[in-house]
Design a binder for this molecule. Structure first.
Ligand code: SAM
Ligand code: SF4
Length: 327
């Protein structure tokens, strides 16, 4: 499936819930968000039908996200059902990691290929300040469980906040020397959370990493599996890599290969645009496969050339928070 700007669209990011057991300050407002009623959320059967239709239109990779996808009951069986369809080559999941210690092996056995785990700091107090109610130890054990279960190649997502300190970088450096993982630094996007204080920029992070390993230079690497929008670098002899995701300072819209499906059944052509195409209502009103395929094509054709944060006109008024879209 090729969009109007010559990009192949083969990747669907599915939010299975807007709910979460954390309240990260950059993702949700301090007083929380209004949860969707259960009746508004797509059932697993409805999502499976959409996957069947969209896979015939070119979707071959799926990432499950949320909110926190692991808080939705029945997720392991849902992954098993996706796998059993035999039409998706790569099933991945983005998680805060806190529930992985008890779930990682079952998820792997069900057919989950790999996970991205969000971890912004290894200082327990700062971790609590960012997540509002998360326990650092749960997420660290989640990373170990994912590696043990073979949910690899594993990626750690780090949103750049003022909380990131040298001690955090030391931990991430230790991890990339020990394991073939990718640690990816992500620029904060102003979508609805409260401010996070200006964290170091990407150039500063690169210098800090280099200083921490005896001034060795980071070398660019290519061919990182499932590389997506990040640019990857590596230190000599390290098993893993560092990635930099720069939606604001150096946007990667030219390579965007994805659509998003929200938990309440809206297809979003772009993370950073309010444009949505409702698939839930037609689905529940008995739409045929070809009608659902037409909505998929409509969403692909609505993919913009570049996102609104790249324009000088200022930020749009985002109608949803990150946890309500599926980051
Ligand atoms: N709960 C899961 C998690 O935290 O990994 C999945 C959903 S979360 C919305 C997906 C990713 O979006 C996480 O890596 C999170 O750090 C990132 N994220 C949330 N709000 C963000 C923001 N304002 N700017 C940049 N990244 C953000
Ligand atoms: Fe929850 Fe993930 Fe948002 Fe944090 S970033 S509040 S863990 S959805």
């Amino acid at each position: 499936m090729i969009d109007n700007h010559n990009r192949v669209v083969n990747y669907l990011r599915i939010s299975v819930t807007d709910r979460c057991n954390f309240r990260c300050v950059y993702c949700m407002p301090p007083n929380g968000v209004h949860w969707l009623d259960h009746s508004e959320v797509l059932t697993y059967e409805e999502i499976l039908r959409l996957i069947a239709v969209f896979s015939r239109e070119g979707i071959s990779k799926i990432r499950l996200t949320g909110g926190e996808p692991l808080v939705r009951s029945g997720l392991t069986n849902f992954i098993h059902e996706i796998k059993a369809m035999g039409v998706i080559d790569d099933i991945s999941l983005t998680t805060n990691g806190s529930l992985l210690p008890q779930m990682a092996y079952n998820l792997k056995n069900a057919g989950l290929d790999r996970v991205n785990i969000s971890l912004d700091t290894v200082n327990p107090a700062r971790f609590l300040r960012i997540t509002t109610c998360g326990r650092l130890d749960d997420t660290l054990r989640g990373i170990e469980s994912a590696l043990d279960a073979g949910l690899t190649p594993l990626k750690i997502n780090v949103v750049l906040t003022e909380s990131l300190l040298e001690a955090d970088l030391a931990y991430f450096i230790q991890q990339v020397y020990r394991h073939p993982i990718s640690v990816r630094f992500i620029e904060y996007m102003p979508i609805g959370g409260t401010g996070v204080g200006s964290g170091p920029d990407i150039g500063t992070i690169k210098k800090m990493l280099s200083m921490a390993v005896g001034r060795q230079a980071l070398r660019p690497v290519i061919n990182v599996q499932g590389n997506g929008p990040a640019k990857y670098y590596q230190f000599p002899k390290a098993r893993g890599t560092f990635g930099f995701i720069t939606p604001i300072s150096d946007h990667f819209c030219g390579e965007c290969n994805r659509l998003r499906l929200t938990a309440d059944g809206k297809l979003r052509p772009c993370l950073l645009s309010n444009k949505e195409i409702d698939v839930k209502t037609p689905l529940r009103n008995g739409a045929s496969d070809s009608e659902l395929a037409r909505l998929f094509h409509e969403a692909v054709s609505e993919k913009p050339n570049g996102h609104s944060l790249c324009r000088s006109s200022g930020y749009p008024d985002f109608k949803r928070r990150m946890s309500q879209i599926g980051g």
